[in-house]
Design a protein around this ligand. Structure first.
Ligand SMILES: Cc1cc2nc3c(=O)[nH]c(=O)nc-3n(C[C@H](O)[C@H](O)[C@H](O)COP(=O)(O)OP(=O)(O)OC[C@H]3O[C@@H](n4cnc5c(N)ncnc54)[C@H](O)[C@@H]3O)c2cc1C
Length: 538
């Protein structure tokens, strides 16, 4: 009997198990059993809980949601048509709907998989080596396993590093559970200050308005369709969002011009070639990002020329470093920024450097993920890469247009405001903390940073994991196998998703095809069990 434990049963665990079922022949799956530990329903996990309010929505187009089998059975589109037909045409359906789908796909897999698959509704508190096996301890007692996969994503409530923001109404990060935003905690007419001004803060704003019965009415302005807000009187009197950086987030365009897509296509191979070349994989000293940024800058210049953006290499580089495009710091309110970004996306206003970078970063993202994963940066270069990546993420992966229009309607109604987060929250204000725990497993870069989950802390202390100097995420091999403190493959211990961010790029996603560690992991397990089976299938 081979026993596998998954610590965490969110989408990454589901995707790995779907692959395992596809890779294993019935003979290979004999005597194979998998236990998935998660206090939340598996498939959906904590983030995609099916019971959360329907006002919080998917932030990427529903086309990426895919928990099908190899034969293509069980697509999201067919599931929505069957179970939630009113969302069939929705590009950004509620997260609860996506969660119901993922939960059902796990259930179906548990009933039909060629191996035994069980959900253990419990928290894991420790994973430790026990001879040839792993001892997995938690609320459900202790069990012994041949293989462990760490797929803990955003972790569990109470595991965020450090104390929550003093006085915040929510004890835990706003992930899947929004009870703290109810009217008992935040009464109608109160003044609310949200710490954070990105996607989680937008969730909180929508829950305090639309979630309280507020309605959107279509409006037509000079810039095309927009929205107005009709309040119910159950909202706070005033909501302010604030972040330390006060950097804007740019909404995504509904469509990217074909000329830009064609331009991006010409750079894909260059990014991949950089990732395989000597600058990214030097024998000796750490990698440098100069060549990669040269390629991205050339692409951005070409996109700027095609789209009529008045950009110079210097202006583009400044935007990448500062996270702020034209017209420059402090000259636009958040509402003005949003209005202009929507106009740019609709082709009514010439784009600036931030729009160009958004298209380059999101358009070349699949190649960037491959090129930079596991690159061992020179420390100074690592700082530049992280800074630029953080800036460009905000320009590439902001809210969908409809969310932006809702925020704009709230700004215009005077209900919503945005600025720098104040040093001291005013006394009459209720604070909501909309900052989520950081990616990786350490609260601060290694060496020195402490792990914020007890499972990771124990494994690190025992030398079972490696976090490279300057990073916070654990280092894994291309099949997800963890590297131990000496840098050797720690066979039978693997990790997928957010805990590996840093050495990997963008691993915290619902997009199943952006990374293939879970596919390679499944292949390794299938190969171990039946080598000739693999030969037939790969
Ligand atoms: C509010 C929010 C909105 C998001 N929206 C999008 C989006 O629109 N599009 C997108 O692509 N991505 C989105 N993401 C990113 C999201 O994390 C990924 O889409 C996806 O959920 C990652 O899957 P995962 O399985 O790696 O992690 P998770 O979904 O976080 O699942 C990990 C699971 O592990 C469990 N777990 C953790 N520690 C333990 C333990 N010790 N014992 C037992 N179980 C444990 C947790 O309960 C959880 O269910 C969003 C994230 C958040 C927080």
């Amino acid at each position: 009997m081979t026993r596998i434990a998954f610590v965490g049963g969110g989408p990454k665990a589901l995707f790995a198990l779907l692959e395992l079922n596809d890779q294993c022949s019935p003979v290979g799956a004999e005597d194979l059993s998998v236990d998935v530990f998660d206090p939340y329903p598996p498939g959906a996990g904590r983030v995609w809980q099916a019971g959360q309010p329907r006002h919080v929505r998917l932030n990427v187009a529903a086309g990426i949601v895919d928990a099908t089998s190899a034969e293509g059975a069980g697509s999201f589109a067919s599931w929505v048509a069957r179970v939630e037909p009113r969302y069939v045409t929705e590009r950004y359906p509620p997260r609860a709907v996506v969660g119901s789908y993922l939960r059902e796909r796990f259930r179906t897999l548990a009933e039909t998989a060629s191996f035994q698959l069980a959900h253990v509704p419990a928290r894991v508190t420790g994973v430790a080596r026990a001879g040839e096996l792993w001892e997995v301890a938690g609320d459900a007692g202790t069990g012994f396993y041949d293989e462990v996969v760490l797929a803990t994503g955003h972790g569990l409530p109470g595991e965020a590093p450090g104390p929550r923001f003093a006085g915040a109404r929510n004890q835990d990060a706003l992930i899947g559970d929004y009870g703290a935003l109810g009217e008992a905690s935040i009464p109608a007419g109160s003044r609310v200050l949200i710490r954070g001004a990105a996607l989680t803060a937008y969730d909180a704003v929508l829950l305090l308005t639309e979630g309280r019965g507020g309605r959107w009415i279509p409006a037509e302005g000079a810039g095309g369709p927009s929205l107005g807000y009709v309040p119910t009187g159950r909202e706070p009197a005033k909501i302010a969002m604030g972040s330390l950086s006060n950097l804007p987030t740019d909404p995504k365009p509904v469509r990217v011009p074909e000329s830009i897509n064609r331009c991006l296509d010409a750079y894909r191979d260059q990014v991949l070639a950089w990732g395989a070349g000597p600058e990214a994989r030097p024998g000796g000293p750490g990698a440098r990002c100069t060549g990669l940024f040269g390629i991205l800058l050339a692409c951005a210049m070409e996109c700027a020329q095609l789209s009529g953006a008045p950009a110079t290499p210097l202006a583009l580089w400044r935007t990448a470093l500062t996270g702020r495009g034209e017209p420059g710091p402090g000259t636009e309110t958040a509402a003005e920024h949003l209005r202009r970004s929507i106009a740019v996306n609709r082709g009514h206003t010439p784009p600036g450097t931030a729009w160009v970078w958004g298209r380059v970063w999101s358009g070349l993202y699949p190649q960037l993920v491959l090129a930079v994963s596991r690159v061992r940066w020179d420390p100074a270069q690592a700082r530049i890469f992280r800074r630029v990546a953080r800036s460009l993420e905000r320009m590439a992966f902001g809210p969908p247009e409809n969310t932006a229009l809702k925020l704009l309607a709230l700004f215009d109604s005077g209900l919503l405001d945005q600025g720098a987060f104040p040093q001291h929250a005013p006394a009459d204000t209720l604070v909501i903390d909309a900052v989520t725990p950081p990616p990786g497993i350490l609260a601060a870069p290694a060496p020195g940073g402490a792990a914020f989950s007890p499972v990771m802390a124990g494994l690190l202390a025992a030398g079972e994991l490696m976090v490279r100097e300057g990073e916070t995420g654990m280092l894994t091999d291309t099949d997800g196998t963890c590297l131990d403190a000496s840098g050797n493959r720690n066979e039978s211990l693997a990790a997928l998703g957010r805990p590996t961010e840093g050495p990997t790029l963008g691993h915290d996603t619902l997009n199943r095809s952006l990374h293939d560690e879970h596919v390679r992991w499944a292949r390794r397990i299938a190969r171990q069990r039946m080598p000739q089976d693999l030969g037939e299938r790969t």
